[in-house]
Structure formats: structure tokens, C-alpha cells
Design a protein around this ligand. Structure first.
Ligand code: RAM
Length: 335
């Protein structure tokens, strides 16, 4: 009899556990969370891959995901989308911000109404969000871009940067670290002659590349720390007399760069996995919206296939180290 009672009690406990598991999705995440992704711009293949990673995570934890955003990466182009999501009272907004400050008052308003905000890819000022999911350590990226370029031009010559928009937090942070790295004595003969902006617009980036080559006939390299800019610069150079003379490198997706690596225009470039970036950002948002974390340094959360992650200084979570792609490994990647 006692045995039977004990068994019944155990069954009740197990039932409670299962009961809990069915109302809370993956590892303490509530079911049915409404999570909205707001990319820098919707027609950029990099952003599409990142958003799809986010949607895959949302599906895993049984949430309700969507992607809304502008077609241009202008500083305040995301404001109207943030306001609509605030009115709809989604549970979380995951945004790659086009400007560190322009969106902050609107994101603050969303947070005041209980919506959790995660920035990923490109941060806002810390007041605009609870957590920033950073692709990789910004200092490493900036320094690595200079090291990669220096190695290809023998630490000597004029080079230009073809960036995204003048306001982009991520590119501006990386460029800041590139300038820091350039202060080292081994780069004394390398000269940054111009920072041009293609605004993450393919045509504009193409035209800016042409302008750089005309204005600086001795140019040895272009660094484009933007997937849109890098693909456009490589396309321009691949069919110009500068092919083989001007090094093109930066940050880009293997699928957009494969052709230019294979035809010899680009020897090497870098990136992380944008799909994993979106995936991690979705998990951070869901954990915030479930009350499992609040965004304080030292908190940990479970991020599905990416395991347990820790929130660092200023609410930053880092995905991992970047990858360098070249002719030898590019076919191993498909994004
Ligand atoms: C573009 C965007 C994005 C950046 C990548 C490398 O797609 O500017 O923010 O992270 O390039």
C-alpha cells in the first residue's frame, strides 16, 4: 500500500514536471512569444540569413516570429517599424540598428511598455536595449582586417575603406579599431587615404569603388567591412584593369564572394555565421521575455544548439571568433 502511494506521488511529480515542460517551451522559455526582427534593411542577403537564423530559433521554442523593416539602411528608417511593433505589443524586438541614437527614444518607449529589446549585429547606445548580441569582439575584427590587408600588400601603400552608412555603429566601431591597429610601427608605410560610404546600397557602393580608383591611382587596397560593399567592390574590380593590382578584402558572405574568390579578384575576406547570430539573438530575446534573464552582466541563458551563453559587460553577448575565407575553404560554407 505504502509502495503504491509512493508510486502515485512519484507519478504526480513527473506529471507536474511534464506539465511545466508543456507550458514552458525550450529550457524555461514561455510558449507563444511574439518576437519581431528588425534588420538594417530587408533586401540584404546577410540580413536575410541572420533573420532566418532567428526565425529558426523562434520555431524551436514555439514562438511566433516575424521580420519587418526598411529597404534602406538610413538612420531613422526603422522608427516607423518600431512604433508599429510597440502598438502591437510584441513580446520582444530584435534589431540591427542603423544608428546608435536615432532609434533609442522609440526603443525606450517600447521597453517602458514591457517589450524586451535586443540589438544584434549593430548596437544602439546601451539605453536603447537590454542586451546586445555582438557577432564577434569588435577590437579583434578591426585589428584583423588591417592584419589581413597588410599581409596582402606587404605592409606598404595607400588604401581606402569602403564602409556602409556613415552612422552604422558596427562599421564605425570596427573602423575605430582599424585606426588603432594602424598606429603600430609595422604599418608605418600604410596610409589610409579615404573612408567612402556606399550606404549598404549595391549601386552606390559600385560607384564609390569606381570613384576611389579614379581619385587614388596608387591605391593598393580597398577594405569593405560590409557584405554589400565588399560584393560591389569586387564586382567592379573583377572587370576593371585594377584586377590583380588592387587588393579587395573586408567582411562578406561566402555565397556572395565565391565567384570573386574563384576568379582571383579576392584572395581572402572574413565573417562569422550570420544565421547563428540571428539564432543567438532570438534566444536572448526569448529568455528576456520569459523573465529568465534581465540583461545583467554575469547572467547565463540557454541558447538552444549554441549552448549556455553568458552576458558580459554592458549587456553584451558575443557569438564567437570570425572566420577567414579563401580559395582553399570557401566551398565548405553555404550562406
Ligand atoms: C552588411 C551590414 C551588416 C554587417 C555586414 C558585415 O551586411 O552592414 O551590418 O555586419 O555587412
Amino acid at each position: 500500500m505504502r509502495k503504491a502511494l509512493r508510486a502515485a506521488a512519484a507519478a504526480t511529480c513527473i506529471g507536474m514536471l511534464f506539465g511545466l515542460a508543456s507550458t514552458a517551451g525550450a529550457a524555461g522559455i514561455k510558449d507563444g512569444l511574439k518576437v519581431a526582427f528588425v534588420p538594417k534593411q530587408i533586401n540584404n542577403p546577410y540580413e536575410v540569413t541572420a533573420d532566418n537564423g532567428g526565425l529558426a530559433a523562434i520555431k524551436e521554442f514555439k514562438g511566433d516570429g516575424k521580420v519587418v523593416g526598411p529597404s534602406d539602411a538610413g538612420a531613422s528608417s526603422q522608427v516607423q517599424y518600431i512604433n508599429t511593433l510597440t502598438t502591437q505589443h510584441v513580446d520582444a524586438i530584435v534589431i540591427a540598428a542603423n544608428d546608435p541614437n536615432a532609434v533609442v527614444p522609440y526603443l525606450k518607449r517600447a521597453m517602458e511598455r514591457g517589450i524586451k529589446v535586443v540589438t544584434f549585429d549593430s548596437d544602439t547606445a546601451p539605453a536603447g536595449r537590454q542586451v546586445f548580441v555582438n557577432q564577434t569582439n569588435a577590437e579583434n575584427i578591426g585589428r584583423a582586417q588591417i592584419q589581413l590587408t597588410a599581409g596582402m600588400i606587404g605592409n606598404e601603400g595607400e588604401f581606402a575603406i569602403l564602409s556602409a552608412t556613415p552612422n552604422a555603429t558596427n562599421q564605425n566601431t570596427w573602423i575605430g579599431w582599424m585606426k588603432e591597429e594602424l598606429k603600430k610601427p609595422e604599418y608605418a608605410k600604410m596610409k589610409l587615404v579615404k573612408i567612402a560610404y556606399g550606404n549598404d546600397d549595391d549601386q552606390q557602393s559600385f560607384v564609390e569603388t569606381q570613384g576611389l580608383l579614379q581619385a587614388y591611382p596608387n591605391l593598393k587596397a580597398i577594405i569593405a567591412p560590409t557584405s554589400v560593399g565588399l560584393a560591389a567592390a569586387a564586382r567592379y574590380i573583377s572587370s576593371s584593369p585594377s584586377k590583380g593590382k588592387v587588393v579587395v578584402t573586408g567582411l562578406g558572405t561566402p555565397n556572395q564572394m565565391r565567384e570573386f574568390v574563384k576568379n582571383g579578384t579576392v584572395k581572402a575576406f572574413q565573417l562569422w555565421d550570420p544565421g547563428q547570430l540571428g539564432y543567438l539573438a532570438a534566444y536572448a530575446a526569448a529568455n528576456l521575455a520569459s523573465g529568465a534573464i534581465s540583461g545583467k552582466p554575469g547572467e547565463t541563458f540557454s541558447a538552444g544548439k549554441l549552448g549556455t551563453r553568458t552576458i558580459g559587460k554592458d549587456g553584451e553577448v558575443i557569438l564567437g571568433p570570425p572566420q577567414t575565407f579563401n580559395a582553399g575553404n570557401i566551398d565548405k560554407f553555404n550562406f
